[in-house]
Design a protein around this ligand. Structure first.
Ligand SMILES: N[C@@H](CCC(=O)N[C@@H](CS)C(=O)NCC(=O)O)C(=O)O
Length: 332
Protein backbone atom coordinates (compact mmCIF):
# COMPACT_ATOMS: atom_id res chain seq x y z
CA UNK A 1 0.00 0.00 0.00
CA UNK A 2 1.42 3.37 -0.92
CA UNK A 3 1.02 6.40 -3.10
CA UNK A 4 2.79 8.58 -5.65
CA UNK A 5 4.40 11.86 -4.63
CA UNK A 6 5.54 13.98 -7.60
CA UNK A 7 5.56 10.81 -9.67
CA UNK A 8 7.68 8.83 -7.17
CA UNK A 9 6.24 5.75 -5.44
CA UNK A 10 6.23 5.82 -1.63
CA UNK A 11 5.15 2.96 0.59
CA UNK A 12 2.68 4.29 3.18
CA UNK A 13 -0.41 2.95 4.98
CA UNK A 14 -3.48 5.17 5.44
CA UNK A 15 -2.93 7.95 7.97
CA UNK A 16 -5.73 7.94 10.57
CA UNK A 17 -3.84 9.83 13.31
CA UNK A 18 -4.88 13.28 12.17
CA UNK A 19 -8.55 12.24 11.92
CA UNK A 20 -9.20 10.68 15.33
CA UNK A 21 -8.68 7.12 14.13
CA UNK A 22 -11.08 7.59 11.22
CA UNK A 23 -10.43 6.44 7.66
CA UNK A 24 -11.17 9.36 5.33
CA UNK A 25 -11.36 8.49 1.64
CA UNK A 26 -9.80 11.00 -0.76
CA UNK A 27 -11.64 12.15 -3.86
CA UNK A 28 -10.51 10.68 -7.18
CA UNK A 29 -8.30 12.91 -9.37
CA UNK A 30 -9.09 12.15 -13.02
CA UNK A 31 -12.63 13.28 -13.74
CA UNK A 32 -13.18 13.63 -17.48
CA UNK A 33 -15.97 11.88 -19.40
CA UNK A 34 -16.52 9.77 -22.46
CA UNK A 35 -19.56 11.15 -24.26
CA UNK A 36 -21.32 10.18 -27.48
CA UNK A 37 -20.04 13.26 -29.35
CA UNK A 38 -16.87 14.01 -27.37
CA UNK A 39 -18.32 17.04 -25.58
CA UNK A 40 -17.21 17.64 -21.99
CA UNK A 41 -19.16 15.80 -19.27
CA UNK A 42 -20.46 17.11 -15.94
CA UNK A 43 -16.94 17.15 -14.41
CA UNK A 44 -13.48 17.65 -15.90
CA UNK A 45 -12.41 19.85 -18.77
CA UNK A 46 -11.96 17.39 -21.60
CA UNK A 47 -14.55 15.34 -23.40
CA UNK A 48 -13.58 12.01 -24.95
CA UNK A 49 -15.61 10.63 -27.87
CA UNK A 50 -17.16 7.17 -27.58
CA UNK A 51 -15.37 4.94 -30.10
CA UNK A 52 -15.05 1.17 -30.26
CA UNK A 53 -11.55 -0.06 -29.34
CA UNK A 54 -10.31 3.29 -28.05
CA UNK A 55 -10.61 2.77 -24.29
CA UNK A 56 -9.20 0.32 -21.76
CA UNK A 57 -10.20 -0.45 -18.19
CA UNK A 58 -7.74 -1.32 -15.43
CA UNK A 59 -9.50 -3.21 -12.66
CA UNK A 60 -9.01 -5.42 -9.65
CA UNK A 61 -11.47 -8.30 -9.38
CA UNK A 62 -11.23 -7.86 -5.61
CA UNK A 63 -12.23 -4.22 -5.52
CA UNK A 64 -15.90 -3.30 -5.06
CA UNK A 65 -15.44 0.03 -6.88
CA UNK A 66 -13.77 -1.51 -9.92
CA UNK A 67 -16.36 -4.29 -9.85
CA UNK A 68 -19.08 -1.71 -10.55
CA UNK A 69 -17.33 -0.81 -13.81
CA UNK A 70 -16.91 -4.46 -14.82
CA UNK A 71 -20.61 -5.12 -14.27
CA UNK A 72 -21.70 -2.10 -16.31
CA UNK A 73 -19.28 -3.05 -19.11
CA UNK A 74 -20.86 -6.51 -19.14
CA UNK A 75 -24.51 -5.42 -18.95
CA UNK A 76 -23.98 -2.91 -21.75
CA UNK A 77 -22.19 -5.48 -23.94
CA UNK A 78 -19.01 -3.41 -24.13
CA UNK A 79 -16.48 -6.24 -23.74
CA UNK A 80 -15.41 -6.13 -27.38
CA UNK A 81 -15.25 -2.32 -27.41
CA UNK A 82 -13.41 -1.74 -24.12
CA UNK A 83 -10.47 -3.99 -23.20
CA UNK A 84 -9.55 -4.93 -19.62
CA UNK A 85 -6.39 -5.51 -17.58
CA UNK A 86 -6.72 -7.16 -14.19
CA UNK A 87 -4.22 -6.64 -11.40
CA UNK A 88 -3.00 -9.33 -8.98
CA UNK A 89 -5.15 -9.62 -5.85
CA UNK A 90 -2.28 -9.01 -3.44
CA UNK A 91 -1.58 -5.35 -2.85
CA UNK A 92 1.45 -4.76 -0.61
CA UNK A 93 4.35 -2.29 -0.54
CA UNK A 94 4.42 -1.80 -4.32
CA UNK A 95 0.67 -1.24 -4.61
CA UNK A 96 -1.31 -3.02 -7.31
CA UNK A 97 0.87 -5.19 -9.56
CA UNK A 98 0.50 -7.29 -12.72
CA UNK A 99 2.44 -10.19 -11.19
CA UNK A 100 1.35 -13.47 -12.79
CA UNK A 101 -1.49 -15.34 -11.17
CA UNK A 102 -4.83 -16.95 -11.95
CA UNK A 103 -7.23 -14.31 -13.23
CA UNK A 104 -4.53 -11.66 -13.75
CA UNK A 105 -4.63 -10.04 -17.21
CA UNK A 106 -1.35 -8.23 -17.99
CA UNK A 107 -1.20 -4.65 -19.16
CA UNK A 108 -1.16 -4.95 -22.94
CA UNK A 109 -1.44 -1.18 -23.38
CA UNK A 110 1.32 0.37 -21.28
CA UNK A 111 3.27 -2.80 -20.47
CA UNK A 112 3.26 -1.82 -16.80
CA UNK A 113 4.45 -4.13 -14.01
CA UNK A 114 2.81 -1.90 -11.41
CA UNK A 115 -0.36 0.13 -11.68
CA UNK A 116 1.46 3.26 -10.52
CA UNK A 117 3.33 3.19 -13.85
CA UNK A 118 0.01 3.67 -15.64
CA UNK A 119 -0.63 6.77 -13.56
CA UNK A 120 2.82 8.22 -14.30
CA UNK A 121 2.43 7.34 -17.98
CA UNK A 122 -0.56 9.69 -17.98
CA UNK A 123 0.90 12.27 -15.62
CA UNK A 124 4.64 11.97 -14.83
CA UNK A 125 4.42 14.21 -11.73
CA UNK A 126 1.18 12.74 -10.36
CA UNK A 127 0.70 12.99 -6.60
CA UNK A 128 -2.00 10.87 -5.03
CA UNK A 129 -3.31 7.38 -4.46
CA UNK A 130 -3.07 4.78 -7.18
CA UNK A 131 -6.51 3.21 -7.28
CA UNK A 132 -8.65 1.02 -9.49
CA UNK A 133 -10.71 1.35 -11.59
CA UNK A 134 -8.84 3.42 -14.20
CA UNK A 135 -10.40 4.23 -17.57
CA UNK A 136 -7.59 4.77 -20.07
CA UNK A 137 -7.71 6.47 -23.48
CA UNK A 138 -5.35 4.77 -25.93
CA UNK A 139 -5.68 7.59 -28.49
CA UNK A 140 -4.23 10.31 -26.26
CA UNK A 141 -2.40 8.12 -23.70
CA UNK A 142 -4.42 9.71 -20.93
CA UNK A 143 -6.46 8.64 -17.94
CA UNK A 144 -10.03 9.69 -18.65
CA UNK A 145 -11.42 8.96 -15.21
CA UNK A 146 -10.63 6.97 -12.06
CA UNK A 147 -13.91 7.43 -10.20
CA UNK A 148 -16.15 4.38 -10.45
CA UNK A 149 -19.39 6.29 -9.85
CA UNK A 150 -18.67 8.37 -12.96
CA UNK A 151 -17.25 5.54 -15.04
CA UNK A 152 -20.44 3.48 -14.67
CA UNK A 153 -22.58 6.46 -15.55
CA UNK A 154 -20.70 7.13 -18.77
CA UNK A 155 -20.64 3.46 -19.77
CA UNK A 156 -24.41 3.37 -19.21
CA UNK A 157 -25.13 5.66 -22.15
CA UNK A 158 -22.08 7.00 -24.03
CA UNK A 159 -21.80 3.97 -26.35
CA UNK A 160 -25.53 3.61 -27.07
CA UNK A 161 -25.14 5.10 -30.56
CA UNK A 162 -22.42 2.58 -31.47
CA UNK A 163 -24.19 -0.64 -30.62
CA UNK A 164 -23.95 -0.99 -26.87
CA UNK A 165 -26.57 -3.40 -25.51
CA UNK A 166 -29.80 -1.48 -24.85
CA UNK A 167 -30.63 -0.83 -21.22
CA UNK A 168 -30.71 2.30 -19.10
CA UNK A 169 -29.52 1.92 -15.53
CA UNK A 170 -29.82 5.65 -14.80
CA UNK A 171 -33.30 6.48 -16.13
CA UNK A 172 -34.35 10.11 -15.99
CA UNK A 173 -37.53 9.54 -13.98
CA UNK A 174 -35.73 7.63 -11.23
CA UNK A 175 -32.75 9.97 -10.85
CA UNK A 176 -33.86 11.78 -7.67
CA UNK A 177 -34.49 8.41 -6.00
CA UNK A 178 -31.20 6.98 -7.31
CA UNK A 179 -29.27 10.01 -6.02
CA UNK A 180 -30.82 9.72 -2.55
CA UNK A 181 -30.12 5.98 -2.36
CA UNK A 182 -26.56 6.41 -3.65
CA UNK A 183 -25.80 9.09 -1.06
CA UNK A 184 -27.05 6.96 1.84
CA UNK A 185 -25.55 3.70 0.60
CA UNK A 186 -22.17 5.20 -0.34
CA UNK A 187 -21.65 6.80 3.05
CA UNK A 188 -22.95 4.09 5.33
CA UNK A 189 -22.50 0.88 3.33
CA UNK A 190 -20.02 1.04 0.40
CA UNK A 191 -17.62 3.28 2.28
CA UNK A 192 -19.09 2.38 5.68
CA UNK A 193 -17.46 -1.06 5.68
CA UNK A 194 -14.07 0.56 4.96
CA UNK A 195 -14.59 3.15 7.70
CA UNK A 196 -15.30 0.30 10.12
CA UNK A 197 -12.44 -1.89 8.93
CA UNK A 198 -9.74 0.77 8.77
CA UNK A 199 -10.77 2.55 12.00
CA UNK A 200 -7.98 2.63 14.55
CA UNK A 201 -10.04 3.68 17.56
CA UNK A 202 -13.07 2.02 19.17
CA UNK A 203 -15.07 5.20 18.73
CA UNK A 204 -14.33 5.54 15.00
CA UNK A 205 -15.21 1.86 14.51
CA UNK A 206 -18.55 2.08 16.31
CA UNK A 207 -19.35 5.35 14.56
CA UNK A 208 -19.20 3.45 11.26
CA UNK A 209 -20.73 0.11 12.23
CA UNK A 210 -23.97 1.40 13.77
CA UNK A 211 -25.13 3.42 10.73
CA UNK A 212 -24.02 0.60 8.44
CA UNK A 213 -26.45 -1.82 10.06
CA UNK A 214 -29.19 0.80 10.38
CA UNK A 215 -29.01 1.20 6.60
CA UNK A 216 -28.94 -2.55 5.97
CA UNK A 217 -32.03 -2.94 8.20
CA UNK A 218 -33.80 -0.19 6.25
CA UNK A 219 -32.83 -1.68 2.89
CA UNK A 220 -34.01 -5.13 3.95
CA UNK A 221 -37.46 -3.69 4.71
CA UNK A 222 -37.48 -1.75 1.46
CA UNK A 223 -36.63 -4.88 -0.53
CA UNK A 224 -39.47 -6.86 1.05
CA UNK A 225 -41.88 -5.29 -1.41
CA UNK A 226 -39.60 -4.21 -4.25
CA UNK A 227 -37.55 -6.48 -6.46
CA UNK A 228 -34.89 -3.78 -6.89
CA UNK A 229 -34.09 -0.68 -4.87
CA UNK A 230 -36.19 1.57 -7.10
CA UNK A 231 -38.93 -0.97 -7.83
CA UNK A 232 -39.17 -3.17 -10.88
CA UNK A 233 -36.15 -1.85 -12.81
CA UNK A 234 -32.54 -2.60 -11.98
CA UNK A 235 -30.55 0.63 -11.75
CA UNK A 236 -27.02 1.75 -11.01
CA UNK A 237 -28.02 1.95 -7.34
CA UNK A 238 -28.43 -1.85 -7.34
CA UNK A 239 -25.09 -2.38 -9.06
CA UNK A 240 -23.39 -0.15 -6.48
CA UNK A 241 -25.00 -1.99 -3.56
CA UNK A 242 -24.37 -5.44 -5.04
CA UNK A 243 -20.59 -5.15 -5.09
CA UNK A 244 -20.53 -4.48 -1.34
CA UNK A 245 -23.15 -7.12 -0.49
CA UNK A 246 -21.35 -9.91 -2.36
CA UNK A 247 -18.19 -9.20 -0.32
CA UNK A 248 -20.01 -8.77 2.98
CA UNK A 249 -20.26 -12.27 4.45
CA UNK A 250 -16.95 -13.58 3.03
CA UNK A 251 -14.87 -10.52 3.98
CA UNK A 252 -16.47 -7.60 5.78
CA UNK A 253 -18.09 -9.61 8.59
CA UNK A 254 -14.74 -11.04 9.72
CA UNK A 255 -11.93 -8.91 8.31
CA UNK A 256 -13.64 -5.51 8.79
CA UNK A 257 -15.54 -6.54 11.97
CA UNK A 258 -18.95 -5.69 10.46
CA UNK A 259 -20.51 -8.51 12.42
CA UNK A 260 -23.76 -7.41 14.04
CA UNK A 261 -25.54 -9.42 11.37
CA UNK A 262 -24.60 -11.25 8.16
CA UNK A 263 -26.34 -10.68 4.82
CA UNK A 264 -27.43 -14.33 5.16
CA UNK A 265 -29.42 -13.28 8.24
CA UNK A 266 -31.50 -10.75 6.27
CA UNK A 267 -34.43 -12.47 4.53
CA UNK A 268 -34.82 -9.91 1.73
CA UNK A 269 -31.26 -8.64 1.26
CA UNK A 270 -30.00 -12.21 0.96
CA UNK A 271 -32.53 -13.10 -1.76
CA UNK A 272 -31.83 -9.77 -3.49
CA UNK A 273 -28.10 -10.53 -3.49
CA UNK A 274 -28.75 -13.92 -5.14
CA UNK A 275 -31.19 -12.35 -7.62
CA UNK A 276 -28.58 -9.84 -8.79
CA UNK A 277 -25.84 -12.48 -8.82
CA UNK A 278 -28.02 -14.66 -11.08
CA UNK A 279 -28.75 -11.79 -13.49
CA UNK A 280 -27.25 -12.69 -16.88
CA UNK A 281 -23.58 -11.72 -17.01
CA UNK A 282 -23.09 -10.73 -13.38
CA UNK A 283 -21.83 -14.03 -11.89
CA UNK A 284 -18.96 -14.00 -14.42
CA UNK A 285 -17.71 -10.73 -12.93
CA UNK A 286 -17.44 -12.20 -9.41
CA UNK A 287 -14.11 -13.81 -8.47
CA UNK A 288 -14.27 -14.99 -4.85
CA UNK A 289 -10.62 -16.02 -4.81
CA UNK A 290 -9.44 -12.50 -5.71
CA UNK A 291 -11.94 -11.01 -3.28
CA UNK A 292 -11.00 -13.05 -0.21
CA UNK A 293 -7.28 -13.31 -0.90
CA UNK A 294 -6.98 -9.57 -1.58
CA UNK A 295 -8.36 -8.34 1.71
CA UNK A 296 -6.89 -11.00 3.97
CA UNK A 297 -3.43 -11.00 2.33
CA UNK A 298 -3.05 -7.28 1.67
CA UNK A 299 -4.07 -5.57 4.88
CA UNK A 300 -1.21 -6.64 7.13
CA UNK A 301 -2.12 -4.10 9.82
CA UNK A 302 -5.47 -5.88 10.23
CA UNK A 303 -4.47 -9.49 9.46
CA UNK A 304 -0.68 -9.79 9.96
CA UNK A 305 -0.50 -13.53 9.22
CA UNK A 306 -2.20 -13.21 5.85
CA UNK A 307 -4.17 -16.37 6.57
CA UNK A 308 -7.36 -16.49 4.48
CA UNK A 309 -10.40 -18.14 6.13
CA UNK A 310 -11.98 -21.04 4.27
CA UNK A 311 -15.59 -20.06 4.89
CA UNK A 312 -18.26 -19.06 4.84
CA UNK A 313 -20.06 -21.65 2.73
CA UNK A 314 -22.31 -19.64 0.40
CA UNK A 315 -24.63 -20.71 -2.38
CA UNK A 316 -25.33 -17.69 -4.54
CA UNK A 317 -26.96 -19.96 -7.11
CA UNK A 318 -29.73 -21.03 -4.71
CA UNK A 319 -33.24 -19.95 -5.76
CA UNK A 320 -33.99 -16.32 -4.84
CA UNK A 321 -37.76 -16.41 -5.13
CA UNK A 322 -38.02 -12.73 -6.04
CA UNK A 323 -39.60 -13.03 -9.51
CA UNK A 324 -43.01 -12.20 -8.03
CA UNK A 325 -41.92 -8.77 -6.81
CA UNK A 326 -42.27 -7.15 -10.21
CA UNK A 327 -44.65 -4.39 -9.23
CA UNK A 328 -43.33 -1.41 -7.32
CA UNK A 329 -43.99 -1.82 -3.62
CA UNK A 330 -46.50 0.58 -2.14
CA UNK A 331 -44.53 1.38 0.98
CA UNK A 332 -41.55 0.27 2.97
N1 LIG B 1 -13.59 6.50 -5.17
C1 LIG B 1 -12.84 5.53 -5.90
C2 LIG B 1 -12.20 4.55 -4.93
C3 LIG B 1 -11.39 3.48 -5.59
C4 LIG B 1 -10.53 2.70 -4.55
O1 LIG B 1 -10.31 3.19 -3.44
N2 LIG B 1 -10.03 1.52 -4.94
C5 LIG B 1 -9.18 0.76 -4.04
C6 LIG B 1 -9.35 -0.72 -4.21
S1 LIG B 1 -10.81 -1.36 -3.47
C7 LIG B 1 -7.73 1.03 -4.34
O2 LIG B 1 -7.32 0.93 -5.49
N3 LIG B 1 -6.95 1.34 -3.30
C8 LIG B 1 -5.55 1.56 -3.39
C9 LIG B 1 -5.09 2.67 -2.49
O3 LIG B 1 -5.93 3.33 -1.85
O4 LIG B 1 -3.88 2.89 -2.43
C10 LIG B 1 -13.76 4.85 -6.88
O5 LIG B 1 -14.92 4.59 -6.51
O6 LIG B 1 -13.37 4.60 -8.01
Amino acid sequence: MGLLVDGVWQDQWYDTKSTGGRFVRKDSDFRSWITADGSAGPTGQDGFKAEAGRYHLYVSLACPWAHRALIMRKLKGLEAMIGVSTVHWRMLDRGWTFEEGPGVIPDSINGADFLHQVYTAAKPDYTGRVTVPVLWDKASAAIVNNESAEIIRMLNSAFDGIEATPGDYYPEDLRPEIHALNALIYDTVNNGVYKAGFATTQHAYEEAVRPLFETLDTLDRRLSSRRYLCGERMTEADIRLFTTLVRFDPVYVGHFKCNLRRIADYPHLSGYLRDLYQTAGIAETVNMHHIKAHYYESHKTINPTGVVPLGPVMDLDAPHGREGLIKEGASE
